[in-house]
Write a protein that binds this ligand. Structure first.
Ligand SMILES: [Zn+2]
Ligand SMILES: [Zn+2]
Length: 329
């Protein structure tokens, strides 16, 4: 793998983003609500869990909520469908994917899409919102400090990509815009659903607490760390079978809980390709989900060919100027 080739300038990296004191306050507030509070609840509620733990309920609510938020919501919906437009989907499914993704606590769908498209435009260069390499270039940092910034620190410290530039296609979609505005309600629904499952399963408040704990707060803590690890771990450790000009990697050990996102070097090689894992040795639950939805006719136009994928790059046909021009200016 050759060294990444810095080809952006400070001026191009500072373009098309917003950074104000109000945004910084909103980032701090969001991190307190979706990162610190769930982590605190995981610790505080531990002594209140029943001694005769219903482990089947705990596993079901954790797995179900994780699959809805992490797989269908973030990996299939936010990432492959909304950010990269790797396949087309029926309106009801677009709505479900947007709602499911918003239960993960990673921000509203339009913000997330804009942020991720920005990541690909400036991958590991100045302007990338969450890159260990860009963080080290931005200011003198020890490599582990830069890694920590890419994993956690960026969440309260990044310039926010302008939706008018990076997600114009979603801003003009009335259904997605309405769901985007209902972000907090989606977050609450993601906590309420496993709580209700626990209540119905056992008929007791203890059961509701188990559902809330495993399917709500513990799931949110786990999914946040795995999603953030794609930004940090999968741009630092692992293999680089494709020379993508950045430091994206494939990390096999993250396969069980990343829903295929850990094949990140494959993804940077062909960003609008719907399939991330190549072959049986690279399990890709997100891809299996897309195939299942396609089997039932809810998904079509799935991009599996590099040439087709290039033709539908969301940044080159959604908003001028073209991403490649932005990177080189
Ligand atoms: Zn990446
Ligand atoms: Zn991507």
């Amino acid at each position: 793998m050759s060294e990444a080739r810095p080809n952006t300038t400070t001026s191009s990296a500072a373009r098309w983003v917003l950074r104000t004191p109000e945004i910084r306050q909103a980032q701090l507030r969001h991190s307190r609500q979706t990162v610190l509070l769930p982590a605190l609840l995981v610790v505080v509620l531990l002594p209140f869990l029943p001694a005769d733990m219903p482990w089947a309920l705990a596993a079901l609510t954790f797995a179900l909520s994780g699959a809805i938020a992490g797989c269908l919501g973030v990996s299939v919906g936010f990432h492959r469908h909304f950010a990269h437009r790797a396949f087309r989907a029926k309106p009801w499914l677009r709505a479900v994917m947007a709602i499911a993704g918003q239960t993960a606590g990673q921000g509203p769908v339009i913000y997330w899409t804009a942020l991720h498209r920005r990541h690909h435009s400036f991958s590991d260069q100045p302007g990338d919102p969450h890159s260990p390499r860009a963080a080290a270039q931005d200011k003198p940092r020890h490599p582990w400090q830069a890694f920590w910034y890419a994993h956690v620190g960026w969440a309260t410290d990044h310039a926010v990509p302008m939706p008018t530039r990076y997600a114009a296609d979603l801003r003009t979609d009335p259904l997605i815009s309405r769901i985007n505005d209902a972000y907090l309600w989606c977050l609450l629904a993601g906590l309420l659903l496993p709580t209700l499952i626990g209540l119905v399963w056992t008929g007791t408040r203890q059961g509701a607490l188990v559902g809330f704990y495993f399917g709500g707060v513990l799931r949110m803590v786990a999914s946040t760390q795995f999603i953030w690890a794609i930004n940090s771990v999968c741009h630092t450790f692992g293999s680089r079978p494709h020379d993508t000009g950045d430091f994206s990697t494939n990390c096999a050990w993250m396969a069980p809980l990343s829903f295929g996102e850990c094949w990140h070097n494959n993804h940077h090689h062909r960003p609008t390709h719907a399939r991330f894992g190549h072959g049986w040795s690279q399990p890709d639950p997100g891809w299996w989900t897309i195939q299942t939805l396609r089997f039932f006719g809810q998904v079509w136009g799935v991009l599996e060919d590099g040439a087709d994928a290039q033709a539908r790059d969301p940044l080159t046909d959604a908003a001028p100027p073209k991403a490649v021009e932005e990177r080189r200016s």
